[in-house]
Design a binder for this molecule. Structure first.
Ligand SMILES: Cc1cc2nc3c(=O)[nH]c(=O)nc-3n(C[C@H](O)[C@H](O)[C@H](O)COP(=O)(O)OP(=O)(O)OC[C@H]3O[C@@H](n4cnc5c(N)ncnc54)[C@H](O)[C@@H]3O)c2cc1C
Length: 471
């Protein structure tokens, strides 16, 4: 534990040993003169956090991985029943693979599509367990806040010299602080779902109805089968998560009579979720959209387009949804269950005391906004980017992985692996490697230009070479 002003600066090693660092002037905060003593903190042991740790180890730098859950890959395990649309060749970080291969790991078939559970079992779990990485992993430590030791956000003098102070809490409520010379926040967005309310705030009655709402992707054909079999379910959202749940419900409906699906979206342009079909560089992603479109065309679900949900009322055991559809009042239901596939948002509260810069609309790292703004285009074909794009006014602080995209839904693992490769190169002082782009992403084959009047069938969009392309 670091003890406050006037005491010698104490630094926790990942092992839990306190390193006492004498200070010449006890009124000054401890400085980065001791940087070589300090680890580089990686927040979150998801795919991107673990990849960052692998890159740090490869460059001889010491990671300190702080993970809220009692095991790595917590988000991926939560949607473990969902099959990725990226084959293994895009799902494994190259430095992580090199580390694993030293211990006899064999890469899965590069063309096979893992489920989230398989990604965890065949890759993330063994990666977190390699002897080089495991001692640097602190599980069950939820990061609650980060600051600079002894400096609030306003103080500029000595800022670059002050280590980061990272506050954590465990499941029993015990608090522990860590210090680090740099921070990579890879905590994702999965655990901060958006509400059903169209205005970005919970709809009236939504908190009271939460026992009948699943935020995310329930395991409709497995663990949660009995909840949805024979039930009437409203799926809200227009992304791949909604597509996954609708397809699973449709499969369930084949064998469970009475299973009914209603799909509500805020917009009317479904080009992004229907996808680029055969033109998608990731065929499974194209197929997901094509299957969804076939269900809609076959009338196997009830569509409610352009619905802005304002309230959820209880009707006995069921739920009635109220809102506005175009300019008119709308009432839909009753439903037994609601699946909120409304996306996620980043938890920015924990980094409030740092000088971070986020796009005001997307809450993504500022410089990424023009590349990923879903108002402008839907292509997952984001230009590769690294340390320079991801830098904040706060030196040596980076937000990486799904969290770097904020509320934008198009993040891909391969993008995150390239982010951390570049950032770690920068932290290691290898500017040339940091600036080099080493990523070739598959294209979506669709770019929903989202221009007023664009219909479901309109492609074109900002990625079309003929138009110059934004990506
Ligand atoms: C259903 C689904 C399917 C997807 N399919 C694909 C695909 O096919 N291809 C592709 O490239 N991408 C896919 N993605 C997108 C993306 O690759 C994943 O979201 C991926 O899990 C993001 O990795 P991450 O490490 O950034 O975040 P996460 O996987 O969310 O990991 C974050 C980690 O941080 C931990 N954490 C959270 N808060 C704290 C805290 N305060 N303190 C400490 N630890 C914390 C979490 O417990 C978790 O372990 C998919 C996403 C979803 C949801």
């Amino acid at each position: 534990m670091w003890i406050g002003t006037g005491a010698p600066a104490d630094f926790l090693r990942p092992s839990g040993v306190v390193v006492r660092l004498p200070r010449a002037n006890p009124r000054r905060p401890p400085t980065m003169n001791h940087a070589s003593e300090l680890p580089i903190a990686v927040l979150g042991a998801g795919p991107i956090g673990l990849a960052a740790a692998a890159h740090l180890l490869e460059r001889g730098l010491r990671p300190l991985v702080l993970e809220a859950s009692d095991a790595p890959g917590a988000s991926v395990r939560d949607w473990g029943h969902v099959r990725l649309f990226s084959p293994w060749r895009y799902d494994v970080d190259p430095a992580a693979a090199r580390l694993l291969e030293r211990h006899g790991w064999r890469a899965p078939d590069p063309d096979a599509l893992p489920t989230g559970a398989e990604l965890y079992e065949a890759y993330l779990r063994p990666l977190a367990a390699v002897p080089e990485l495991q001692p640097h992993l602190r599980l069950g430590r939820r990061v609650t806040a980060i600051s600079r030791v002894g400096l609030d956000k306003i103080r500029t003098a000595l800022r670059r010299d002050a280590p980061f102070s990272i506050h954590t809490v465990d499941a029993a409520g015990r608090r522990e602080r860590f210090v680090a010379r740099a921070v990579l926040d890879a905590t994702g967005t999965w655990w901060s779902p958006n509400p059903v309310g169209a205005a970005g705030l919970p709809a009236e009655g939504e908190p009271a109805a939460s026992g009948r709402i699943h935020y995310g992707i329930p395991d409709v054909l497995g663990r949660d089968r009995s909840t949805y079999a024979g039930a009437s379910t409203l799926v809200v959202g227009a992304g791949h998560s909604a597509a996954n749940s609708i397809l699973a419900l449709a499969e369930l409906a084949r064998t469970a009579p009475g299973t009914a699906i209603t799909w509500a979206t805020r917009g009317s342009n479904l080009a992004r979720v229907f996808g680029g079909g055969a033109a998608d560089g990731l065929p499974a992603r194209g197929q997901l959209g094509a299957e969804l479109r076939a269900l809609v065309d076959a009338g196997r679900l009830t569509m409610v387009l352009e619905l802005r949900i304002e309230a959820i009322d209880a009707d006995g055991d069921r739920l009635i949804v109220r809102g506005r559809q175009r300019d008119a009042e709308a009432v839909v239901g009753p439903f037994d269950r609601i699946i909120a596939a409304t996306g996620q948002r980043p938890d920015l509260g924990m980094i409030r005391e740092l000088r971070a810069s986020f796009d005001p609309a997307l809450e993504c790292v500022s410089a990424l906004a023009t590349l990923i703004d879903p108002n402008e285009h839907s292509c997952g074909t984001v230009r590769p980017h690294g340390a320079a794009t991801l830098a904040h006014p706060e030196p040596d602080f980076y937000v990486v992985g799904a969290k770097s995209y904020g509320r934008a839904p198009t993040f891909l693992l391969a993008t995150g692996y390239e982010q951390v490769r570049s950032i770690v190169a920068m932290l290691a002082g290898d500017r040339a490697a940091a600036e080099r782009v080493e990523l070739d992403l598959p294209e979506t084959g669709v770019c929903n230009s989202a221009l007023p009047g664009a219909g479901d069938d309109e492609g074109g969009g900002c990625c079309a070479p003929a138009k110059g392309g934004c990506c």
